[in-house]
Design a protein. Structure first.
Length: 317
């Protein structure tokens, strides 16, 4: 037990170190290449911080623990908005670009809505089994390609990089690569040992996926977004979270479904609904008080909402 807790602490330290390097490298690359920071956040950083979800879900599918896989994706998306953006906004209010408000956030909402439709064959068609099959997996990946095409168009827009420290391009890529490896390693150490503790406590596979594993695999997003906010790189902080949610569903879930069709437990619909509500709240908050800004009180509200959600699913088990 003591060794498990110690490994979790070591994992957190590695995670924080990796996040700092990743943000430094990504921001410097953006400035060097004249690419908008939001594009770096939506793609490169989002892809990097979503790597733990990809690794965990690949292992889950190969081991046959598909409940853990889909619960991890939905749980991570909920944690990304309510917990990560909530904590980050409390630390430093997040200004949000108009493109993010009107295009990327709705795209993230579309992603979770499509999962709800694809996963509920029995409810919608009145027959068959609730599965995300290979055809639906291919469709999700095609949506992901559309998203990449959209972000490629954004890359032509020059970003503002006044407060970004610039490093040599080689050093920037080295920072980014080492940071990414540290994030993946730290995330894996935390998740593996957290699952051991959860199983000792007698938690179900679905609950582990929605809580311990979801929060654990979202720690890279949390660490990266907090560091980005402290460095006043809010484009990377916001883009990282929204981009990760899009990556998680369109890329990771799509890829997993192509490898092996995923059974869709009807009980996960509650969590899908929470994910939809969280994304809608993020969108609506962009039009309250200071427009296109996530303020501290909204961050507190998100965190309280997440704690309420955790309490509900734990009690419901």
């Amino acid at each position: 037990m003591f060794l498990t807790i110690l490994l979790i602490i070591i994992g957190v330290a590695i995670l924080i170190y990796g996040a700092d390097l990743l943000v430094k490298g990504a921001a410097s690359i953006a400035k060097k290449l004249g690419i908008s920071s939001i594009v770096i956040g939506l793609t490169v950083v989002a892809f990097g911080t979503s790597a733990p979800e990809l690794v965990v879900n690949l292992f889950s599918v190969t081991k046959g623990t598909t409940d853990l896989a889909i619960a991890n994706i939905i749980g991570s998306n909920i944690a990304n908005i309510l917990l990560i953006l909530g904590i980050t906004a409390i630390i430093f209010p997040l200004a949000v670009k108009k493109n993010t408000t009107y295009k990327e956030i709705p795209f993230a909402l579309l992603a979770v809505a499509i999962v709800a439709i694809f996963g509920n064959d029995l409810l919608i068609n009145g027959s068959g089994n609730n599965f995300l099959d290979r055809t639906e997996g291919i469709t999700l990946v095609l949506f992901f390609i559309i998203f990449l095409y959209y972000t490629f168009g954004l890359s032509k827009i020059k970003g503002e990089h006044e407060e970004i420290k610039e490093y040599a391009l080689g050093k920037s890529f080295l920072f980014f690569t080492v940071g990414l490896v540290a994030l993946i390693l730290g995330g894996k150490i935390i998740v593996d040992n957290a699952v051991i503790l959860a199983r000792i406590a007698g938690m179900s596979e679905r609950l582990i996926g929605l809580t311990i594993v979801a929060i654990g695999t979202s720690l890279p997003e949390l660490a990266t977004s907090i560091v980005a906010a402290l460095r006043k790189q809010t484009d990377i902080a916001i883009g990282n979270v929204v981009g990760s949610n899009i990556f998680n569903i369109f890329w990771i879930l799509g890829l997993i479904a192509i490898i092996k069709p995923i059974p869709f437990d009807i009980n996960i619909n509650i969590d899908v609904l929470v994910s939809v509500i969280a994304t809608l709240l993020l969108f609506f908050f962009m039009f309250i008080d200071d427009k296109h800004r996530l303020n501290r009180w909204q961050g507190f509200f998100f965190v309280l909402l997440y704690l309420g959600y955790l309490s509900f699913i734990i009690i419901k088990q």
